[in-house]
Design a protein around this ligand. Structure first.
Ligand code: HEM
Length: 440
């Protein structure tokens, strides 16, 4: 791998520890650190992610060059956790990636989401999750949104409600914290992770077979099981299974984290809660399609603003430079690790005045829908989030349903004290924080 000695024109970020490099500061105060580095060093600098692994972080608009994946490749992740990312969209590029993406895109478009009645499915899961919301309840909000988002994605992928607790357990073994450790023996976290993967694959195989036998092309799983790109090329079965797993991974913690921040901010800002109540009371239709979602501009604005302030994927997974490239006038050699800082683009003061403050209003009254630059929290280029429309629908629906439910039960969410400081790695998320429900 390439080290700073080979590209000395790019500065090395300070606050580096022996052995751990910048890992500590990235884990503890990532956003503030990256914003400070951009201010003091400029839009490109070296960081060390521990044990001699160097990456160039790009904070300015040239980060988009990295995401375009013309001179860069996404295969680094596959070396770390091959049993999780192998054969998936995430680690493929070029023709292979286009084939996979072409075979999977359909059900994730607004049309595909409508055809599979995903909105209604999400609505049902939301309702089930509100049963414990009562007067004087104290809710561990990130835990709640996490279980909710995992249930949503499993239900969408054809898992029955009664089976969800077991799937949750297996899934937590699959992505358990020890999976990155190098050793593996019976009972070790990595061994358990692989066993859980086999368990899920066996069950997904049965569901895929059933969907094919029934010629089901409507449901999300059915559409994926039958999916083909414009040249009629389908996913191989091992690719389909790997991608079903990655959908659950990519599609739950990200949405869960944003929704937890949404509830924390709404509990902390009575003004925005009141405005949202007004919006929800005026619109009787549930936002179960991307079209009916349009009746809830403030709910979407709150979601987008929390996404902007706390992008779950604040640093894009590192790319490997495959062809020598230029970034801000520096020549970057082949095999350098380069990282696009989505958090820096998200908090760019030129695009968002007073970028650190919570102002959902900045998303309202626009003539055009937010474009790719304003949705950069979902990445960019060919790997732009497959679940973009689904995440927005799920987010708006959760916010509207939570508001309606609490209004109906005459409850109001409140947060004691200040908003918490985010935690980082692997994703930006709030620490365990409770919100309280009290009579309005
Ligand atoms: C707020 C919610 C979400 C955020 C912030 C988010 C963010 C991202 C980002 C930044 C990427 C790009 C990764 C890269 O370039 O290396 C990505 C890719 C992806 N996301 Fe999402 N995501 C969200 C929700 C979802 C959902 C709900 C799903 C599906 C159920 C999903 C599925 C995927 C998949 C499959 C990819 C890989 C696409 C590819 O490589 O072509 N995501 N997401």
């Amino acid at each position: 791998m390439i080290t700073p000695k080979m590209v000395p024109s790019i500065p090395i970020a300070p606050r580096r520890w022996p052995l751990l490099g910048h890992m500590r500061v990235i884990a503890k105060e990532q956003h503030a650190f990256l914003l400070e580095m951009e201010r003091t060093l400029g839009p490109v600098f070296w960081i060390n992610m521990g044990f001699g692994i160097w990456s160039i972080v790009v904070t300015g608009e040239e980060a988009h060059t990295i995401m375009k994946n013309k001179a860069t490749r996404s295969d680094l992740l596959d070396k770390q956790v091959p049993h999780i990312t192998g054969h998936t969209l995430l680690v493929n590029d070029g023709t292979e990636h286009r084939r996979m993406r072409g075979a999977m895109n359909g059900p994730f478009t607004p049309k595909g989401i409508n055809a599979a009645d995903i909105g209604k499915m999400i609505y049902d899961v939301v309702e089930e999750h509100f049963e414990s919301w009562e007067d004087d309840a104290s809710l561990d909000i990130h835990h709640i949104t996490n279980v909710f988002a995992l249930d949503v994605i499993f239900r969408i992928l054809g898992i029955e409600g009664a089976d969800l607790p077991l799937w949750r357990k297996k899934f937590s073994e699959f992505i358990g914290p020890g999976m990155l450790l190098p050793f593996e023996f019976p009972g070790s976290p990595k061994w358990k992770s692989k066993k859980a993967q086999e368990w899920m694959d066996e069950r997904f195989s049965v569901l895929v077979k059933q969907a094919r036998e029934k010629s089901d092309t409507q449901s999300m799983l059915g559409a994926l099981a039958h999916g083909a790109d414009e040249r009629g090329r389908r996913l191989e079965d091992k690719e389909l299974l790997a991608n079903l797993r990655i959908l659950a991974l990519a599609g739950h913690e990200t949405t869960a984290s944003v929704l937890a921040w949404v509830m924390l901010h709404l509990s902390h800002s009575p003004k925005h809660w009141d405005l949202l109540l007004e919006e929800v009371r005026q619109s009787p239709n549930e936002p179960i399609t991307p079209k009916t979602m349009a009746s809830y501009p403030l709910a979407e604005a709150v979601f987008r603003e929390c996404l902007r302030l706390y992008p779950p994927v604040s640093l894009l997974p590192p790319r490997r430079v495959a062809e020598e490239m230029e970034i801000y006038g520096h020549t970057i050699p082949v095999n350098t690790r380069v990282v696009a800082s989505l958090i820096s683009l998200s908090k760019d003061a030129a695009a968002y005045p007073d970028p650190l403050s919570f102002q959902p209003e900045r998303w309202l009254g626009r003539e055009k829908r937010p474009g790719p630059l304003e949705s950069v929290q979902f990445g960019g280029g060919p790997h732009f989030c497959l679940g973009y429309h689904l995440a927005l629908l799920e987010g708006v629906q959760f916010i509207v349903s939570a508001t309606r439910y609490l209004d109906k039960h005459n409850l109001r969410p409140t947060l004691q004290g200040d908003l918490p400081t985010p935690k980082y790695l692997p994703l930006t998320r709030p620490p365990k924080t409770h919100i309280e429900l009290h009579a309005a």
